[in-house]
Design a protein around this ligand. Structure first.
Ligand code: ADP
Ligand code: MG
Length: 313
C-alpha cells in the first residue's frame, strides 16, 4: 500500500491553560477506513477532532491530513468536513435552507438536486421544509452530516455522531458512513461508548486524559483474556449460587433481583471456570435460562483501560 494515510499525527500536544488536553498523541488512519476514537468524558476526543478540522492548532507535534502537513494557520484542511459539539444551524431556517446556507458559506454552493440527495441519504426528506428550531438532537446530527456530505469530503470527522440517534436514524447514518468508506473515503468518529463504535469501526484509538492507551483492531482489544461479570438466570437461584460459590475461579458478585423467583446470579470469572459451572448446573438438574456478560467484552476492556485514570483524577 503506497496510498497516503488519511491522518498521520505524531506527538500532538494541546493545553488549555493548566489543562493538558492532549499529551503527545499519535494517530494513524489509512484511507478508506472508519476509525473510532474512544474515551471517557474529558479524555480529549473533541479537542483532537477539532485539530483535524482546523478549528484549533496544536501546541506541538506533526499533523498530516491526506498527505498535506497542517500548518499553523486556522483553516479547514482541503477535503475535510465534519463538526464537533454539534453542527451549527440557523433555527429559523428550514433543513433545506440550512444546507443551502452552509454550502454558500463554504463557498462551494450546492444544486437543489444535491441538497435533496443529501437529505434523502440521512433520512430527513420528510422534514426538509421544516424549520430546524424544533429538531431533536438526532435530527440535528443527521442534518450536520448531510451538510458535510455536500462538500464531498475525503475525510469526514464526526464528534459523538450517535448521540441522540434513534434506531432508524442510526441505520441511516451507518449506511451513509459505510458507503463513504467503500468509496475510499476515510472517517474518524468519536464516542464514549464502545458499542457505538463496534458496529462501524474495525480499528479504534482509545484515549484517556490526553494519552493513547490502545490503538489497533477491535478484535485485539476484546481477545485479551479477561475475567468478566456474567449474569445468569436459572430455575433454582439458591442452588445455583451455592454451586457457583463452590466452583474454583468463580466469585459471586451479586444474587439479588426484583423477585426471589427471578433472582439473577452475577458471577465474576474467566470463561473456562464459567464452563465448569454451567456443566455442574446441568448435572444438578438446574435449568440455565439466560447467560450473558453484564457488559460486552469490548466495553469491559474499554472500562478496564480507562477507569483507573478516571479514578485517579
Ligand atoms: N476551550 C477549552 N478551554 C479550556 N479547557 C478546555 C477547552 N476545551 C477542552 N478543554 C479541556 O480539555 C480536556 C479535554 O476536553 P475534550 O476534548 O472536550 O474531551 P472529550 O471530548 O473527550 O470529552 C478537558 O479537561 C476539558 O475540560
Ligand atoms: Mg467531546
Amino acid at each position: 500500500m503506497d496510498r497516503l494515510p488519511a491522518i498521520r499525527a505524531r506527538g500532538i500536544t494541546k493545553s488549555f491553560g493548566d489543562v493538558v488536553a492532549l499529551d503527545h498523541i499519535d494517530l494513524d488512519v489509512p484511507q478508506g477506513r472508519i476509525h473510532g476514537l474512544a474515551g471517557p468524558n474529558g479524555a480529549g476526543k473533541t479537542t483532537l477532532l477539532g485539530l483535524l478540522l482546523g478549528l484549533a492548532v496544536a501546541d506541538s507535534g506533526r499533523l498530516e491530513i491526506l498527505g498535506t502537513p497542517v500548518e499553523r494557520a486556522l483553516a479547514t484542511p482541503g477535503g475535510v468536513a465534519g463538526f464537533v459539539d454539534g453542527p451549527g444551524l440557523y433555527p429559523s431556517l428550514t433543513a433545506r435552507q440550512n444546507l443551502a446556507a452552509l454550502a454558500a458559506l463554504r463557498g462551494h454552493g450546492a444544486r437543489t438536486a444535491a441538497i435533496d440527495e443529501a437529505l434523502e441519504e440521512v433520512g430527513l426528506t420528510d422534514v426538509a421544509d421544516d424549520r430546524t428550531r424544533g429538531f431533536s438532537l438526532g435530527m440535528r446530527q443527521r442534518l450536520g452530516l448531510a451538510a458535510a456530505l455536500l462538500s464531498r469530503p475525503r475525510l469526514l470527522v464526526l464528534d459523538e455522531p450517535s448521540n441522540g440517534l434513534d434506531p432508524a436514524g442510526k441505520q441511516h447514518v451507518h449506511g451513509v458512513l459505510n458507503r463513504l468508506a467503500e468509496q475510499g473515503n476515510s472517517i474518524v468518529l468519536s464516542s464514549h461508548r464502545m458499542d457505538d463504535l463496534e458496529a462501524l469501526c474495525s480499528e479504534v484509538t482509545i484515549i484517556t486524559t490526553g494519552h493513547v492507551v490502545f490503538s489497533g483492531p477491535l478484535g485485539e482489544l476484546a481477545d485479551r483474556g479477561r475475567a468478566l461479570d456474567y449474569r445468569m438466570l436459572t430455575s433454582d437461584p439458591e442452588a445455583a449460587r451455592r454451586l457457583a460459590a463452590e466452583t474454583a475461579g468463580i466469585r459471586v458478585v451479586d444474587d439479588t433481583g426484583p423477585r426471589p423467583d427471578a433472582r439473577a446470579l452475577v458471577v465474576h470469572t474467566l470463561v473456562p471456570a464459567l464452563d465448569v459451572l454451567v456443566d455442574r448446573l446441568v448435572r444438578a438438574g438446574i435449568a440455565l435460562r439466560e447467560l450473558a456478560p453484564v457488559v460486552s467484552p469490548l466495553e469491559a476492556a474499554f472500562l478496564a483501560l480507562t477507569e483507573p485514570q478516571e479514578a485517579g483524577r
